[in-house]
Design a protein around this ligand. Structure first.
Ligand SMILES: *Cc1c(COP(=O)(O)O)cnc(C)c1O
Length: 465
């Protein structure tokens, strides 16, 4: 197959896809029966598929296309950089302009003394780096036994051996012997599902204090770091109660353990600030970044690291870690241009002052729908809990995710991409989304909710557990 185009019949593309392409997080045999949806092009917030459908992308791809699709500037920068210097590595005492410029820009944007960037090709890789980095840090400090990293159940930190271990996804841990040793998990700050009769603030404190209890249990001489997403993304857009992060930060400082904020989704404007930790009000020692760093136009990730960690690790001889594509010049150039667009287009103000508040108003209406238990939104990342019984926040009697999956399928049929995490619908549209697009998004979401409601009622699924 020398050349393949968008113009082949959909069925032919699907057959080749089924024959040769293994999809991530997918049951390939089942997908082969119905055929994958083929996306052929995209512009702004709109995807086009091989059947000519125009689909509003309420997920910004996979939480990443912050500046929207089809930006000529990014294509131009990539082409120029490929011609000038397509590749050079940053091992062996060499560097190049794109890696330098992007690191300097990230140091400027990142809060506090996070002034040093270790590049990776993805969020997963960056989190693998973080594991090695914090363990190395404590080793250099003379505490080689401080190697345990504490994370949360239902966290998502990627799907490599390290990233998948840091994450708290049961489905990932169940395959291939994860988590790796010395990564442990505490409860998540998910008040809606797990808060019972407590107020959200009480529950947030309670869950944060599980960190303190875990440190005490393991011994502070064993604990290297805590890692968390400021707002859990793949876990269902779980916005922690306001009490949670300040208490986590207090505990990390009290015991002197490192605080890693996984900003892979929450970075680069998603929450109405450059970084989610600013929105949630805490200062990390390391931030993981990827996704919105390049708006998904090209793979790149990294760890943005404090002076203290960078100077300690860098001052102790070789750090024996790196990827061929660390600071890849084309990726770095595209990321830098992407950051320029975010700034010059005023996208962060747009999220905080225009699109976010507009969507919030619309969600207040949507929350009255009989199938909706709650809606959550921070900036432009949100979720809709589906429930058979609003008042009690009840789960469905059917297996978790049954209703959410049906709702997602209804959304797709109505030309809207929303994902489901169990029976929670999640969305994170491109940051360029305008009020008129939000009207369309909400209209399609409401139609899909109505259809899901009728469908599950007819099928006897509108039952509380
Ligand atoms: C997507 C994601 C990752 C993993 O990033 P990849 O680029 O897919 O490896 C890590 N952390 C969070 C919070 C993510 O959402």
């Amino acid at each position: 197959m020398k050349h393949i185009t968008n113009h082949l019949p959909t069925a032919e593309l699907q057959a080749l896809d089924a024959a040769h392409h293994m999809h991530p997080f997918t049951a390939d045999a089942e997908l082969a029966k119905k055929g994958a949806r083929v996306i052929t092009s995209a512009s702004g917030v709109t995807l086009t598929d091989s059947e000519g459908n125009q689909i509003l992308d309420g997920m910004a791809g996979l939480w990443c296309v912050n500046v929207g699709y089809g930006r000529e500037e990014l294509a131009r920068v990539a082409a120029r950089q490929m011609k000038e210097l397509a590749f050079y590595n940053t091992f062996f005492q060499t560097t190049h302009v794109p890696a330098i410029a992007l690191a300097a820009r990230l140091a400027e944007l990142a809060p506090g003394d996070l002034n040093h960037v270790f590049y990776a090709g993805s969020g997963s890789e960056a989190n693998d780096t973080n594991i090695r980095l914090v363990r190395r840090y404590w080793e250099v400090k003379g505490h080689p036994k401080k190697d345990i990293i504490i994370s949360r159940h239902n966290a998502y930190h990627g799907s490599t051996m390290g990233g998948g271990s840091l994450g708290g996804m049961a489905g990932i841990h169940a395959q291939g012997g994860l988590p790796i040793p010395n990564i442990v998990h505490i409860g998540q700050p998910h008040w809606y599902s797990e808060g019972g009769d407590m107020t959200p603030d009480e529950f947030g404190l309670m869950r944060a204090r599980e960190l303190e209890a875990k440190i005490e249990e393991l011994g502070v001489d064993r604990v290297a770091a805590f890692i968390g997403e400021p707002i859990q993304g793949a876990g269902g857009v779980i916005v922690p109660p306001a009490t949670y992060w300040p208490e986590i930060e207090r505990i990390c400082r009290k015991y002197g353990i490192l605080l890693i904020a996984d900003e892979v989704i929450t970075g680069f404007g998603r929450t109405g600030n450059w970084f989610g930790s600013q929105t949630l009000g805490f200062q990390p020692d390391i931030m993981t970044v990827a996704k919105g760093l390049s708006s998904g136009y090209i793979p790149i990730g990294g760890s943005i690291v404090s002076d203290e960690i960078a100077n300690t690790v860098g001052g102790a001889g070789d750090f024996n870690h790196g990827y061929t594509y660390c600071g890849h010049p084309v990726a770095a150039a595209v990321a830098l241009e992407n950051l320029r667009i975010i700034e010059e287009d005023g996208l962060i103000d747009h999220v905080r002052d225009v699109a976010g508040p507009y969507l919030e108003k619309k969600l207040e209406k949507l929350a009255e729908h009989p199938l909706v238990g709650e809606t959550k939104l921070v900036g432009l990342m949100g979720s809709i809990a589906l429930t058979p019984h609003k008042e009690s926040r009840a789960k469905f009697a059917s297996e978790e995710g049954t209703v959410g999956y049906r709702c997602r399928e209804r959304c797709f049929a109505n030309n809207l991409v929303m994902r489901h995490v169990g029976d929670r619908m999640v969305f994170s549209p491109p940051l360029i989304i305008q009020p008129s697009d939000i009207d369309v998004m909400i209209e399609r979401a409401l139609k899909s909710l109505d259809e899901t409601y009728s469908e599950i009622k007819a099928d006897g699924l509108l039952k509380a557990a």
